[in-house]
Design a protein around this ligand. Structure first.
Ligand SMILES: CC(=O)SCCNC(=O)CCNC(=O)[C@H](O)C(C)(C)COP(=O)(O)OP(=O)(O)OC[C@H]1O[C@@H](n2cnc3c(N)ncnc32)[C@H](O)[C@@H]1OP(=O)(O)O
Length: 441
């Protein structure tokens, strides 16, 4: 890990001289009191997202979670605030690393999270300063790509990120019309709280190993899925229940955790908190279980895949409706050859890509040569013979196959020497299923 205390001369100057950036990892003896820098960082982040301040009793557990995630925290301090001003950081930023499934391998992705700047200090370049420094340092450490999940779609394009994976919010009518036509298999049953965290972790690990586009999850996920932690606080949420699907051989292959929306709500609604299936049959069996809950008219879930199989397995597909589509991962290349060589492709073919990047981190021309799904990539001198010219954002969107090159070309996001080059790009990068990430961070 680089020395975060040494300013990088390439970082743009903060436009206010009294601002000071501190970057810290969480030591085993980190202060977990409300006066410590960790609690102040958490409270500063809460301001940015309009959440309440932390309960002093919760800080030690958040510290344990963040240490497990090996997070690096950034805080920006204003040393010239008026007397009486809140002494917390005026800006926060965090990073961690988990793997991303790109088919042939699991690539280490630099994750960016918890970006916030206090209203009194916004639009002075605080975010730009942190992000340009961080991306450059991540590249210098040899990290192939950076990812984030965005609060707004308009912020991160300027830093070279492109939206790469998507999910849907769905509502499924589970009244009498609900019936899954595939034959039933295995057993789905509620599990005891003391086993739930381990089951959630193990099942997610199998899902992650087999799902293109999946990103490893942070410590809190399994705890929230099991109900051991609530949405806001690391204290039990008694309204959450978790059912596990065991296949015919007795192996746990999926779980769903859910919460009733209350008797006042009509139609009567069960909300899925988390649903993870490591096999196609576990997925359908979890839905069969949800459809068997009495006194419930609809089940809602915000993380369904865009190419969901469920409507194709229902006797009455009109009982399934899509309420919204959301972007999940935003992806930014830092090392184009390393990132492209890590993933698997379809078929064979060669193309020269010219990548444009305002921040200069990933710009260049690259000869991509794919043989039976395996890529070799080398930098070439200039882009004059390029088959495809595209922004680093477009390459980030294409990388996991979440959009067709032909769609980006029609939208003006890439240009090609000829239509055959776009077609070849789609053949190589295309996949039979959409990339699917159910990890937010
Ligand atoms: C990965 C995540 O954590 S996503 C969460 C992001 N955070 C939030 O949504 C919390 C609420 N918002 C905020 O805290 C702040 O407004 C931030 C962090 C989004 C922006 O911080 P600032 O320090 O004001 O940004 P900064 O001054 O560095 O602006 C950098 C550029 O982004 C643009 N920008 C900043 N915020 C936004 C926005 N919300 N929408 C569109 N553009 C924006 C600026 O106009 C500027 O553009 P330019 O450099 O091309 O002229």
């Amino acid at each position: 890990m680089s020395d975060y205390t040494t300013p990088d001369p390439r970082t743009p100057e903060l436009r206010t001289p009294d601002l000071r950036t501190e970057v810290f990892g969480l030591a085993p003896d980190e202060d977990a009191s409300t006066g410590g820098r960790f609690a102040q960082w958490l409270d500063a982040e809460s301001i940015g997202f309009h959440d309440g301040t932390q309960d002093p009793e919760d800080i030690a557990q958040f510290l344990e979670a963040y240490r497990n995630d090996r997070r690096v925290l950034w805080s920006v301090h204003d040393d010239a605030q008026p007397a009486g001003a809140l002494g917390y950081p005026v800006g926060t930023y965090g990073t961690m690393a988990h793997t991303m499934n790109v088919g042939a391998s699991h690539i280490e992705a630099h994750q960016i999270t918890a970006v916030s700047v206090r209203a009194s200090h916004r639009r002075r370049g605080i975010l730009r300063s942190m992000m340009t420094r961080d991306l450059r340092e991540a590249k210098d450490r040899g990290t192939p790509l950076a990812i984030l999940t965005a609060s707004e779609a308009t912020i991160y394009g300027r830093f070279g990120f492109g939206s790469a994976t998507f999910t849907q919010s769905v509502e499924v009518d589970v009244s009498e019309r609900f019936e899954i036509t595939a034959p039933a298999s295995g057993t789905t049953t509620l599990v005891a709280r003391e086993h739930a965290v381990r089951l959630a972790e193990d099942i997610f690990a199998s899902f992650h190993a087999g799902t293109f586009g999946s990103v490893g999850r942070q410590y809190a996920y399994a705890r929230r899925a099991s109900g051991e932690w609530g949405r806001e606080r690391p204290v039990e949420d008694r309204s959450v229940r978790m059912a596990v699907h065991y296949d015919a051989a007795g192996a746990p292959t999926g779980y769903v955790s859910y919460r009733f929306a209350g008797w006042e709500k009509t139609p009567r609604t069960m909300k899925v908190v988390d649903l993870v299936a490591s096999t196609p049959s576990a997925y359908l069996e979890l839905w069969r279980y949800l459809g068997s809950l009495d006194l419930v008219q609809v089940v809602t879930w915000d993380e369904a895949p865009r190419d969901d199989v469920l409507p194709w397995a229902l006797r009455d597909r009109r009982g399934y409706s899509v309420k919204a589509t959301d972007d999940v991962l935003w992806l930014r290349m830092l090392d184009v050859p390393a990132a492209l060589e890590a993933r698997s492709y379809r078929g064979s073919g060669s193309l020269v890509l010219e990548v444009l990047d305002d921040l200069g981190l990933a710009a260049g021309s690259f000869a991509l040569s794919v043989s039976d799904g395996v890529a070799r990539v080398r930098s070439v001198e200039d882009g004059s013979g390029a088959d495809i010219t595209l922004s680093v954002n477009a390459l980030g969107s294409l990388y996991l196959g979440g959009v067709h090159a032909a769609t980006l070309a029609a939208a003006g996001g890439l240009s090609a020497a000829d239509a055959a080059a776009v077609e070849l790009l789609d053949t190589l990068f295309g996949r039979s299923r959409e990339p699917y990430c159910i990890t937010h961070f």
